[in-house]
Design a protein around this ligand. Structure first.
Ligand code: LLP
Length: 421
């Protein structure tokens, strides 16, 4: 459920017509519904209520500071994957003991920053990483709490680019390797191994792969405990799928009902790392039609948002619903590709869509773009990144101003010479 509703032919974000947002803030524009954001967070919280999990929102899905601040105010912790994300979490005042840190390539500097911040734990992805964390912690005279990320070799049945828990993937440690590494961790003076972590992929619409993975990790946990390791945390990662088109993901309640019976007997503090589930359907990308170009087989609706604003269709062939924010004057529909201004054939937001006849200036909404939309935006083709607004009831807040070319060139301008001068 989200709060983008069509009322009398007009799309609203909570109580604000999207056409008004476009007029006031220009396009391309990301618009988020605060109620949707918060209610999705609460859905997970209440579904898993019995286990009082630590919900670490996965910053990478949408790292806008105002979004982070809203979630932090609800009690969310954060899942980070870089020193940059640590800075974002700190900027909005997330308590360090609610921060977990995954990722296969943590640098020494990033590890040091996280140790100094005293985060809850690192999710360690390899043997050399564990040794590096131990070294950096020794230099800083600290003890690093870690969970080992386990790669359970389970196919999450999602797009292969966002599958992370099979043995072909770069993530985590196989179960036999993990046993050896827990033993090694015990000997490392500056490491305290306190948990196991998994994250098997993203946009997962069935609970089955989770059940398989949890069972494998539960077996490992029993072996570890038998061998004298004290494991206090079980981190189930993120990955819960949402509805983009005709997917039928389980609700948070149904999901929890299926996994809690496996998690409860483990006697661990549960950590969850949802990203998309919280923010995906809380955002839309608003874009204006520039041209309608009639081709031989179909029309091209050329809009002012491109793959630099939303790369998911180009990168994963992801489907996002596209609809005019105001009911069209004409009842006729036209077969079209909705494409951006970028010089690549992969620059499309939607292919083979049946949309009402459109003309220059019409405004469209690209739905379910709250997760991995703005977060993956770039300046390709020297395009300024979009503005972002957060809507709460009738209230609209600009949470990121539109970039200017000055912003885009800032890191290059110093010392640049003008040709001929
Ligand atoms: N935890 C870890 C360790 C992760 O790597 C991720 C996402 C999450 C949690 C959150 O996953 P979520 O609940 O959002 O599915 N750009 C892709 C998705 C990449 C996901 C990367 N890792 C997309 O647009 O579909």
């Amino acid at each position: 459920m989200d709060e983008f509703k069509v009322r009398q032919g007009e799309l609203f974000c909570e109580e604000v017509p999207v056409s008004r947002l476009a007029k006031t803030y220009g396009t391309p524009l990301y618009a988020y519904s605060r109620n949707t954001l918060i209610s999705h967070f609460e859905k997970i919280q209440s579904a898993f209520g019995e286990l009082s999990p630590l919900i670490c929102y996965s910053i990478k899905a949408n790292s806008n500071l105002s979004i982070l601040a809203e979630l932090a105010a609800q009690g969310a912790g954060m899942d980070i994957v870089s020193g940059g994300e640590l800075v974002r979490a700190q900027t909005v005042g997330v308590h360090a003991e609610r921060i977990v840190y995954a990722g296969v390539g943590k640098t020494r500097e990033e590890i040091a920053a996280a140790l100094k911040a005293e985060i809850l734990m690192f999710n360690v992805e390899s043997e050399p990483e564990l040794r590096r964390i131990n070294q950096v912690a020794a230099q800083l005279k600290r003890i690093a709490r870690v969970a080992l990320r386990i790669n359970p070799d389970v196919d999450a049945q999602t797009h292969h680019y966002i599958t992370t828990g099979t043995k072909e993937n770069k993530f985590g440690l196989s179960i036999p390797m993990a046993v050896g590494l827990f033993n090694e961790a015990k000997k490392l003076k500056h490491i305290q191994a306190v948990g196991v972590h998994m994250h098997i992929g993203s946009q997962i619409t069935s609970v089955t792969p989770y059940l398989q993975a949890i069972k494998r990790l539960a077996g490992l946990l029993a072996d570890l405990r038998n061998a004298g390791h004290k494991i206090d945390y079980f981190n189930m990662g993120g990955g819960l799928g949402i509805i983009y088109n005709e997917e039928k993901p389980q609700t948070a309640d149904a999901f929890a009902k299926a996994v809690v019976p496996l998690l409860k007997p483990l006697g661990c503090k549960l950590i969850l790392e949802p990203g998309r589930f919280i923010v995906g359907n809380a955002g839309i990308l608003v874009t204006s039609v520039q041209y309608v170009k009639r081709g031989h087989v179909k029309s091209f609706v050329i809009v002012d948002a491109g793959m630099n604003d939303l790369i998911r269709p180009s990168l994963y062939h992801a489907f996002h619903q596209i609809l005019p924010v105001k009911k069209s004057r004409s009842a006729r529909t036209v077969l079209c590709d909705v494409v951006g201004p970028i010089c690549e054939s992969s620059d499309f937001l939607g292919k083979d869509r049946h949309l009402p006849e459109l003309e220059e200036g019409d405004v469209l909404a690209v739905r379910s773009t709250g997760a991995y939309g703005m977060a993956m935006a770039s300046n390709y083709n020297s395009r300024c990144r979009a503005a972002e607004v957060l809507v709460s009831g009738p209230k609209v807040t600009l949470i990121r101003r539109r970039e200017t070319m000055e912003d885009v060139m800032a890191a290059e301008l110093k010392g640049v010479k003008k040709f001929g001068k």
